[in-house]
Design a protein around this ligand. Structure first.
Ligand SMILES: NC(=O)c1ccc[n+]([C@@H]2O[C@H](COP(=O)([O-])OP(=O)(O)OC[C@H]3O[C@@H](n4cnc5c(N)ncnc54)[C@H](O)[C@@H]3O)[C@@H](O)[C@H]2O)c1
Length: 361
């Protein structure tokens, strides 16, 4: 048995130029907990911030030493020091903001979900393409340490051909941290499992069909589903299961990843979910029978899913602008992730498996 010191090559790849001025729209929970701590760590330049609630924008600016608080989006777009707009507001506000941004010609990192309405998401992508601006979506879990390292191992062929993948999450989610989520009709797939769907796409490509079931907990506060099981069929030799339970009130919780291949397996944990928002680093274990010898590896990362993976989408957007190419999570790519989410909801409603291509605007 060999236990090598492997380069898992999981960290975001940054471009030569990182001095783009970032203008942040929305100064809420995720900006304070993840965007700004990640950007500070990466050394990204924050030109300024705005929020419809100017007092919250001021408090965030003080906390992160941001010199400019704009009264509105127009003032931010008029500032020549702002190159990239970073949106972090509830999705139903996003289209109007993107319309104003496209008119200004600045590039934009939108939040996930791009929209909870598929037709509206297509409209957002179309308008960015017409305006010839670069639009990326903040599907940061692709840069989660366990996901990115798994991608490296799969690409190197160290588990052979993937045959099964399971993401199994059983946690207790305190929805009171996101009051606006209590009212949404579609909850887990649209706002949480969307991360797993996008991560699976980054690892394995496009599923050909999706089957989902959704459940509520007795007398739960949120309107939408808080327990889901989704099966993604990729081919007749590879399928993935995403199982999420937000109602595990016991101490026995888990958030795990398992990928089986013809010549090895990967087994990991998403540490952040064990004690959100504090959490712990991801772990990753893998065993391979390739290269004539048995190879085993156990790793506990230094970084955390949040905030560290938030360096990924912004860093990649900057690199893509510099290299004049679409970023990895560009808008049109993200429509495929949203198709999986909507295919899941249609599957729940109609009790059948749904092809992503059935979801159109
Ligand atoms: N990428 C991720 O992993 C991730 C994680 C968590 C949340 N999110 C997304 O981020 C978004 C924000 O989530 P949150 O938890 O920070 O919400 P939040 O309610 O804590 O913050 C949202 C902020 O946006 C402001 N706002 C609303 N409309 C605005 C507008 N038109 N212009 C400017 N500011 C406006 C609000 O005043 C509020 O301060 C949501 O879309 C959510 O789905 C993404």
């Amino acid at each position: 048995m060999v236990t090598p010191d492997l380069d898992l090559d999981y960290r975001p790849k940054l471009g030569a130029r990182q001095d783009f001025g970032i203008g942040i729209v929305g100064a809420g929970a995720i900006v304070n907990a993840a965007h700004l701590p990640a950007y500070r760590k990466a050394g990204f330049k924050i030109a300024g911030i705005m929020d419809v609630n100017t007092e919250i924008a001021r408090q965030t600016a003080t906390k992160f030493e941001i010199s400019t608080v704009y009264p509105d989006l127009t003032a931010m777009l008029d500032d020549p020091h702002v190159d990239i707009i970073d949106i972090a507001v509830p999705p139903w506000h996003q289209r109007k903001l993107v319309e104003e941004i496209t008119a200004s010609g600045k590039d934009v990192l939108c939040q996930k979900p791009l929209s909870n309405d598929f037709g509206e998401a297509v409209g957002i992508v179309d308008s960015a393409e017409r305006a010839n601006i670069t639009l990326a979506v903040n599907q940061q879990m692709r840069w989660d340490q366990a996901i990115r390292a798994s991608r490296t191992l799969i690409e190197r062929g160290w588990i052979g051909e993937p045959v099964a993948a399971t993401i199994d999450i059983s946690i207790l989610t305190d929805w009171s941290a996101w009051p606006w989520l209590l009212e949404v009709e579609g909850l887990d797939l649209m706002y949480h499992s969307i991360h797993y769907f996008d991560s699976l796409r980054s690892l394995f490509g496009e599923p050909c069909s999706v089957s989902s079931s959704g459940f509520r907990y007795p007398e739960q506060a949120p309107r939408g589903e808080t327990r889901t099981v989704t099966v993604c069929d990729f081919s007749d030799t590879f399928g993935a299961v995403v199982s999420v339970n937000h109602n595990n009130w016991t101490e026995d919780r888990h958030a795990t990843l398992r990928i089986d291949g013809t010549e090895g397996y990967i087994s990991g944990t998403f540490g952040l979910l064990y004690n959100y928002p504090y959490g712990r680093p991801d772990t990753l274990e893998f065993h391979s029978t390739t290269n004539m010898s048995h190879l085993s590896f156990k790793h506990r990362f230094e970084e955390m899913w949040a905030p560290d993976s938030f360096i990924g989408p912004m860093g990649e957007l900057m690199k893509a602008i510099e290299e004049e190419r679409p970023p990895e999570t560009h808008g049109r790519d993200n429509l495929k992730t949203l198709q999986l989410v909507h295919a899941g909801y249609r599957s729940m409603a109609e009790g059948r498996s749904v092809k992503p291509a059935e979801i159109t605007d």
